[in-house]
Design a protein around this ligand. Structure first.
Ligand code: G3P
Ligand code: MG
Length: 244
């Protein structure tokens, strides 16, 4: 079951090596030999899926205000790179379509985290699933995941055949039941809440366990050796397949 995922997944496209959720990040992941990336997808005011983590623009762009209230035309004018470093000035906020195209061109497997703005859970789940189906048509599909049960439910209803992962911080007692109900094939949880018991439960249920965010190479190696299916990392410069 674990072989379907790259064991190392660059968090928010390129981890710490590039501005998060950008095409520059995807290029960084590929440059560092990564085969898998994770990124966050939210809807603009026009209903276009775009890559961004926060519900507001301030932290990662030179814009202001709520993503859900910002048009595609306004988003297209933003700089999502300068906050990370002058060499990334002018890096755009990518559309999901742009990111998919880059992933396919670079040979990157993707975990698409559906990251809805509050109140837009179902619409985001549905839109992202439909877009993913079309963007990866004829190719091995990305893995959709979300903290939002509503978004996962809508994604399943829209495109039942796309793989889904249940994303949590700390796995609640009934995580397996939720996985089964939503027909999720994987469990993604915070490394802080990892335990050998959780791994045993996941293994017994044949559910790959993916942990975020693991930035220590030895920790990553130990977790993978124990049977964790994959780790999400910001340190794509330190953690590689060569790490024992
Ligand atoms: O999908 C794993 C991880 O990205 C979840 O946390 O806040 O970085 O999106 P966050
Ligand atoms: Mg994420």
């Amino acid at each position: 079951m674990t072989s379907r995922f790259p064991r190392l997944i660059a968090h928010r496209c390129g981890g710490a090596l590039a501005p998060e959720n950008t095409l520059a990040g995807l290029r960084a992941a590929a440059d560092f030999g990564y085969h898998g990336v994770e990124f966050d997808v939210m809807l603009s005011a026009d209903g276009t899926p775009i890559l961004i983590h926060d519900e507001t623009l301030e932290r990662t762009t030179n814009g202001r205000g709520r993503v859900a209230e910002t048009s595609d035309a306004e988003l297209a004018r933003l700089d999502a790179g300068s906050w990370h470093g002058a060499q990334f000035a002018g890096e755009p906020v990518p559309t999901f379509g742009d990111a998919a195209e880059s992933c396919l061109a670079l040979g990157l497997w993707a975990n698409v985290e559906i990251k809805p703005s509050r109140g837009h859970e179902a619409a985001t789940g549905r839109k992202v699933a439909l877009a993913a189906r079309d963007l990866w048509q004829g190719m091995p599909p990305p893995l959709l995941s979300s903290f939002s049960i509503e978004a996962l439910t809508a994604a399943r209803a829209a495109v039942p055949g796309l793989p889904r992962g249940l994303l949590v911080v700390a796995p609640p007692k009934g995580w397996l039941g939720t996985c089964r109900r939503l027909e999720c094939i994987s469990l993604h949880c915070s490394r802080r809440y990892f335990s050998p018991q959780l791994l045993d439960e996941a293994r017994a249920a044949d559910i790959p366990l993916l942990l975020y965010t693991v930035n220590d190479p030895l920790d990553a190696a130990q977790l993978l050796r124990q049977g964790v299916a994959a780790v999400f990392t910001d340190r794509i410069d330190l953690i590689s397949e060569r790490v024992p």
